[in-house]
Design a protein around this ligand. Structure first.
Ligand SMILES: [Zn+2]
Ligand SMILES: [Zn+2]
Length: 286
């Protein structure tokens, strides 16, 4: 029985990400120590241009060019760690993508350049504004949309477009848009929003993609992972595959809650035969 510990989203390290901690190698060693036989490492992609630098990167005076260079060293490090620890753990070299203006070509170019194993397709921006970095930005974006419901709808439209454009092997934290919303459970069931969720799930199923069972909310002390229970039920009905992702940003978070998540998946009738990551993005021959 393959109920092995796994994470297909995480391994952000202080070495290559300003809002993470520790060296990537230390993180890999933590996975090995916990008995992981395989893990996917998915650092954030560098920004398309300086407009999309995060506040912490800006404060350090970093440019998009600096981050592109840093990203190059990220991949050379992942591939060298992959070799170094091949006898102990299978490392899948990946990256987590964005949806800002210009992302499609940017991501395709990165895939061509680095010959990675797979991508996690995530949405952290709505119309070029980052909504998950702070509650004030989140509220500001909702206000500009005329309310949270319309912001949710736009989020799921952008996600749909991203899935069509990139065909990511893993769809990252599907309902991240709920991040600062106390009323999310009910809101996600409102017809105009639920309709878009159903449409996106059907697309995920038709492309045979994996959903990230993202454990970051548990690390923050919240009661359930991304995705929420109501969407989990829909995914199960459709026969969509879910794989845990610790979304770790340092040694202290690597592997956290993965066995709990796996038990949750088993309890809900999901398979724990984890599929092997691959690149599915169109326009690229692999
Ligand atoms: Zn991050
Ligand atoms: Zn993310």
């Amino acid at each position: 029985m393959s109920q092995e510990l796994i994470s297909y989203h995480g391994g952000h390290s202080g070495q290559y990400c300003n809002h993470a901690e520790d060296l990537l190698e230390e993180i890999i060693l933590k996975y090995i120590e916990q008995g992981f036989k395989a893990v996917g490492i998915t650092e954030h992609i560098p920004p398309v241009n300086d407009q999309f630098l995060y506040p912490d990167e800006r404060a350090l005076g970093l440019s998009a060019t600096d981050l592109a260079k840093r990203f190059e060293s990220y991949f050379s490090e992942v591939f060298s760690l992959k070799k170094k620890y091949a006898g102990q753990i299978t490392i899948y070299a990946g990256m987590e993508t964005e949806t800002v203006t210009g992302y499609v070509n940017h991501v395709k170019q990165l895939i061509e350049t680095f010959r990675l194993d797979y991508i996690v397709g995530s949405v952290h921006h709505i119309d070029d504004r980052c909504f998950d970095y702070s509650r004030s930005e989140y509220d500001g974006i909702a206000e500009s949309f005329g309310g949270y419901d319309l912001m949710y709808q736009r989020y799921f439209d952008l996600q749909y477009e991203m899935i069509q454009e990139l065909t990511p092997f893993v769809v990252g934290h599907f309902d991240l848009i709920r991040i600062y919303d106390d009323a999310y459970e009910e809101r996600l069931t409102r017809p105009a929003i639920a309709e878009k969720i159903d449409r996106n799930l059907a697309l995920i199923k038709s492309l045979d993609l994996v959903m990230d069972f993202n454990l970051r909310p548990l690390t923050r002390g919240e009661k359930e992972p991304y995705i929420t229970g109501s969407i989990l039920k829909k995914a199960k009905r459709l026969g969509i595959c879910l794989v845990p992702g610790d979304d770790s940003h340092g040694v202290a978070e690597a592997g956290n809650h993965v066995s709990t998540a796996t038990q949750m998946l088993i309890r809900n009738g999901f398979s724990t035969q984890w599929p092997v990551p691959k690149i599915l993005t169109k326009g690229l021959k692999r």
